[in-house]
Design a binder for this molecule. Structure first.
Ligand code: SF4
Length: 490
């Protein structure tokens, strides 16, 4: 059992859940153990399940389990079952496919070309359509995961070499994918043409690594080399590192929410420190939406860097007015409604002596359904706050994500249903303001959002999706509902 849980338990389904994390290593004495360490650093990207596949030069070995990396991959006997100098792994938060061991990655299949293991971060937005075609042609699926589609596309490709089959498969995909694949021909890493999900390369000794975030490189003592470029496919093998660009060049659109919320603040994403970006978002928020207050208080932990930025820009002192317990685990919250409704108070508690009689500017990273905000505002009122002004370090989340982030359907997004004034009323804030989309881009070092060529995917704020959404657009309403039910895990 974990003694600390640095990640949000979410009894109300009111935080956006990260997508997944991937990690692969080539040529290491203790490849599986290194992957376990890397996955541990990526645990914030998915806490439902984890898996590792290794290759010993002859055979592939896989261990997959529900739950956290610690507890499943910290035992020598488990690591001993994963021999070899090459391995890849995955942490998962379910965004497509039910939560079940058969959907836990890496997924593995024996193809005509040999073993093929795949770990995927993202979501294939035409997976349902591809799957139907593949099933019609005789493919037998083992899971309900969109990732398995990739395996069947590779398996049934008429191209001759594994690499050509793989590229043929990729060209049929739509949506977001950062992939790490283990094959007898080497470790293959690739990113979708828009680079929606991150993927970086690093090196420790002679071992080469690919990982979702730089923090996973730090943890194993590896040096950051570079990002895998959007649309790039990298093959790491005994012949060295080969880079391929199989897609027509296009302007990248990496996920802007990685900077706002998903990535760890100690990671470097798109060349920028996530921590520094979040502080700049807070500073922009202070410029755009100033308020007279006595204290700047973050909703911990994710609101902290933006609150520091807000406080520094506004001159309103930063204080830890809400203390977060790091000892709240899902198992404690889940047993029944009587305990369940206490969730927020168990996780967050007002620092009463600080709050009493003060005018608070409260900083949070986002509002999803709003249920958590309601409880936190009430908690501050109960602690004697004279005023609470809520400032949000992202624009209103009005649209669902189809690229691997678990958002509720639109009908459940508060900002899709209410104006900002109505939201302030509903939450019980004296005032409410979100950073503007242009302000967010300014915090990222841009002059503002270029509507003709936006530099990021910002679809959950703007509705401007950078790819087709075939499954969402083409399917009959009943099928869409079924798809949604698969995507949304509460
Ligand atoms: S829709 Fe939002 S969360 Fe999803 S990839 Fe785009 S910016 Fe990121």
């Amino acid at each position: 059992m974990l003694t600390t849980n640095p990640f949000d338990s979410d009894p109300d389904g009111d935080v956006l859940h990260e997508e997944c994390g991937v990690f692969g290593i080539w040529d290491a004495d203790t490849a599986a153990a290194m992957v376990a360490l890397g996955l541990h650093a990526l645990q914030h990207r998915g806490q439902e399940a984890a898996g590792i596949t290794s290759w010993d030069g002859q055979q592939f070995h896989t261990h997959r389990a529900m739950g956290h990396v610690a507890g499943n991959f910290d035992k020598p006997d488990v690591i001993d079952m994963l021999p070899g100098r090459v391995a890849c792994g995955h942490v998962r938060y379910s965004t497509a496919g039910e939560t079940a061991l058969r959907n836990v990655q890496p997924l593995f299949a024996e193809l005509a070309s040999g073993g093929f293991a795949v770990a995927h971060n993202g979501n294939i937005s035409n997976a349902v359509k591809l799957r139907r075609t593949l099933i019609h042609r005789g493919s037998i699926f083992q899971s309900t995961s969109d990732t398995e589609t990739i395996i069947h596309l590779v398996a049934t490709s008429s191209y001759r070499t594994l690499l050509d089959k793989f590229i043929d498969a990729l060209k049929q995909l739509e949506g977001a994918y950062s992939l790490v694949c283990l094959t007898p021909e080497g470790l293959i890493a690739c990113r979708d043409p828009l680079g929606i999900r991150p993927l970086v390369m690093g090196k420790v000794g002679d071992s080469l690594i690919v990982a979702s975030e730089t923090v996973a490189l730090d943890v194993v003592g590896a040096k950051f080399l570079r990002e895998v470029e959007p649309g790039e496919l990298v093959v790491i093998s005994e012949q060295g590192v080969r880079s391929h660009h199989p897609f027509a060049p296009t302007a990248p659109r990496p996920c802007v929410f990685e900077q706002v919320y998903f990535s760890r603040p100690d990671s470097i994403v798109n060349g920028s420190s996530v921590y520094a970006v979040r502080k700049r978002i807070g500073a922009e928020l202070a410029l755009e939406s100033p308020v007279e207050a006595d204290l700047t208080i973050p909703v911990p932990d994710s609101g902290v860097p933006a609150a520091i930025g807000y406080a520094q820009q506004s001159g309103i002192p930063f204080e830890l007015g809400i203390i977060r317990s790091h000892y709240v685990g899902r198992t404690f919250i889940q047993p029944g409604d009587q305990v369940r409704h206490l969730g927020v108070k168990l996780k967050h508690n007002a620092n009463r002596t600080l709050i009493d009689g003060q005018r608070i500017v409260l900083i949070d990273d986002s509002i999803v359904r709003g249920t958590t905000s309601v409880k936190i505002l009430q908690m501050l009122r109960d602690a004697g706050a004279a005023e609470v002004h809520l400032r949000i370090a992202s624009p209103p989340t009005r649209h669902s994500c189809f690229y691997g982030v678990d958002t509720p359907e639109r009908a459940k997004l508060l900002a899709a249903q209410m104006t900002v004034a109505e939201m302030a009323d509903y939450i019980g804030a004296d005032s409410l303001a979100f950073i503007s989309v242009d302000g967010l881009y300014r915090a990222l070092g841009e002059p503002g959002r270029d509507a003709e060529r936006p530099h990021y995917c910002d679809a959950c704020f703007t509705g401007d999706y950078p790819t087709h959404l075939t499954d969402h657009e083409d399917l009959a309403p009943a099928d869409q509902l079924a798809l949604l039910a698969e995507r949304v895990v509460v």
